[in-house]
Design a protein around this ligand. Structure first.
Ligand SMILES: Cc1cc2nc3c(=O)[nH]c(=O)nc-3n(C[C@H](O)[C@H](O)[C@H](O)COP(=O)(O)OP(=O)(O)OC[C@H]3O[C@@H](n4cnc5c(N)ncnc54)[C@H](O)[C@@H]3O)c2cc1C
Length: 381
C-alpha cells in the first residue's frame, strides 16, 4: 500500500526543480485501493484477515490507518533507513519477506503507482515468492477454497481467469474501494501498527545496500528515527511531561478558525460552570488554541452554536484536542476523528472518550485546567 502525493492539491517544487514532497498532502495510491477492495471482498467470502503493508519512513502509518478505516484488520509498516534507497528489486524483496513473515496466502497489490511509477513491484514480489500472478485485475467474479476467479483486462478484451489462492493479484483502481467507516476509524485510532525493520525480516542485507548504492539514497539513522517517531511510535507520557509538551506551541497566534486550529480546547457538560469555562478560555489563549465544545455546552449557554463540534456542528482536525468534561458520544466524536492527539480530562476514567483518547487525565475539569495554566505561566516566565 503506497502513499502518493495528492494530485488534486497544488504542488511546490524544490530549488533543484524536483517535487517538494514535504509540502504535499498525501493520499493512498488509487490502484492500491482497488487491491484492498479485492482483498476485503475475498475475506468477506472466505474468512481470514487482511493485513495492509506499506513501506516508507514518512507518514506511512497514515495510509495504513486509512486502509484500516476501510476494513483492513491489521497493518505493518516496513520502516528502516536501509529501505530508503530501495529500487524495484529491493522493494519487492522486502515486501516478499514481509509476506513470508506474515504467512500470507493470497497477495493483492495495485497495478501501478501514480507517484514513482514502479508498475512491476507486484510482479517481482510474486517472482520472489515463487507464486503465480494475475495482473490488470478489474473485478472479482467468484472465490472459494479452490481458488479466486477474477476478470482482467487484456488489451481491448476482457478475460476471466481462475487462480489458486496462493497467488498475487495486481489490481486496477477501477475496482472501487468501500469508503472509510467512521466506527472503524474511531476503533482503530489507538491500535498500534507494527513497525518492522530490515533485521526483523529474513533478507540478505547485501541486497538492500546494493540498492541504496545504486539509487544513491542512503538515509541516516537520525532521519529514520525522526520518521519512526513521526510515524506514531507509542509514547507514554506522565501528566507533567504531557503538560510540558503543551508548551511547545504555546504563545502562537490563534490559527484563524476552529476548523483550521492546530490546538482545540473543548468543553462539555462536565465543564459547564462559569469558573471552569473562564479557565478553558484562559488556557486556550495561552496555547494559541481555539475554544469549542459539545452540544451540551452550547445548550447550557457556555458556547455559541458556531463553536459546536460534531455531527451537527463542525469537524476539526487539530494536532492536539483537549477534551474537558466530555463523555465522548459518537455525535461528538465523529467531529474529532481526524484529531492528532486527544487528551481527555474527565472525572470518570470509564467515559467513552477515554477509550479513544491518547492520554487520559482523571480529575475535575476546572482543577486540571487551572494546573495547566499554572504550569504554562511558570514556564513562560
Ligand atoms: C441527532 C443528534 C445530533 C447531535 N449532534 C451533536 C453534535 O454535533 N455535537 C455534540 O457535541 N453533540 C451532539 N449531540 C448530542 C450528543 O449525543 C451528546 O448528548 C453530547 O455530545 C454530550 O455532551 P457532553 O459530553 O458534553 O455531555 P455528557 O454526555 O453529559 O458528558 C459529561 C461528561 O463530563 C464528565 N464530568 C462531569 N463532571 C465533571 C467534572 N467536574 N470534571 C470532569 N469531568 C466531568 C462526566 O463524567 C461525563 O463524561 C447530538 C445528538 C443527537 C441526537
Amino acid at each position: 500500500m503506497k502513499q502518493v502525493p495528492d494530485t488534486s492539491a497544488s504542488t511546490c517544487m524544490t530549488t533543484e526543480g524536483a517535487l517538494d514532497r514535504t509540502s504535499l498532502s498525501a493520499m493512498p495510491n488509487p490502484d492500491d485501493l482497488g487491491a484492498l477492495e479485492l482483498a476485503l471482498a475475498v475475506r468477506d467470502r472466505l474468512g481470514g484477515t487482511v493485513t495492509a503493508v506499506s513501506m516508507g519512513l514518512e507518514r506511512a502509518e497514515e495510509v495504513l490507518r486509512a486502509m484500516m478505516a476501510r476494513g483492513a484488520d491489521d497493518a505493518v509498516v516496513l520502516a528502516d533507513c536501509r529501505y530508503a534507497g530501495a529500487d524495484v528489486p529491493a522493494t519487492a524483496c522486502m515486501v516478499a519477506a514481509a509476506a513470508r513473515k506474515l504467512g500470507a496466502e493470497a497477495l493483492f497489490a495495485g497495478c501501478q503507482s501514480i507517484g514513482g511509477d514502479l508498475a512491476h513491484v507486484g510482479s517481482q514480489v510474486a517472482e520472489e515468492l515463487g507464486i503465480p500472478q494475475v495482473t490488470e485485475v478489474e473485478a472479482l467474479v467468484d472465490c472459494s477454497n479452490d481458488g479466486i476467479t477474477v476478470r482482467r483486462r487484456k488489451d481491448e478484451a476482457m478475460e476471466v481467469v481462475k487462480a489458486p489462492l496462493s497467488c498475487l493479484f495486481a489490481v486496477r483502481g477501477t475496482l472501487l474501494c468501500r469508503p472509510e467507516n467512521i466506527h472503524r476509524l474511531l476503533q482503530q485510532r489507538r491500535r498500534p501498527i507494527r513497525h518492522w525493520k530490515a533485521d526483523m525480516l529474513d533478507i540478505d542485507p547485501a541486497r538492500l545496500s546494493a540498492a541504496a548504492v545504486a539509487t544513491g539514497r542512503v538515509a541516516s539513522e537520525d532521519t529514520a528515527h525522526r520518521a519512526s517517531v513521526q510515524a506514531g511510535e507509542e509514547a507514554k507520557l506522565s501528566e507533567e511531561e504531557l503538560l510540558l509538551q503543551l508548551l511547545v506551541p504555546a504563545g502562537q497566534p490563534p490559527s484563524g478558525g476552529l476548523q483550521q486550529a492546530q490546538i482545540v480546547v473543548a468543553g462539555g457538560y462536565g465543564a459547564c460552570n462559569a469558573t471552569c469555562f473562564a479557565r478553558l478560555e484562559e488556557l486556550a489563549a495561552l496555547l494559541g488554541a481555539e475554544l469549542g465544545g459539545t452540544r451540551a455546552a452550547v445548550d447550557a449557554g457556555y458556547l455559541p452554536h458556531e463553536r459546536m463540534i460534531g455531527q451537527t456542528g463542525l469537524t476539526v482536525a487539530p494536532r492536539l484536542y483537549l477534551a474537558f468534561g466530555i463523555s465522548g458520544q459518537v455525535q461528538h466524536t465523529v467531529g474529532i476523528a481526524r484529531a492528532g492527539m486527544i487528551v481527555a480530562v474527565n472525572r470518570d476514567p470509564e467515559a467513552p472518550i477515554c477509550r479513544m483518547a491518547d492520554h487520559v487525565i482523571t480529575g475535575d475539569a476546572a482543577e486540571v485546567a487551572e494546573r495547566m495554566i499554572r504550569i504554562l505561566k511558570t514556564c513562560k516566565r
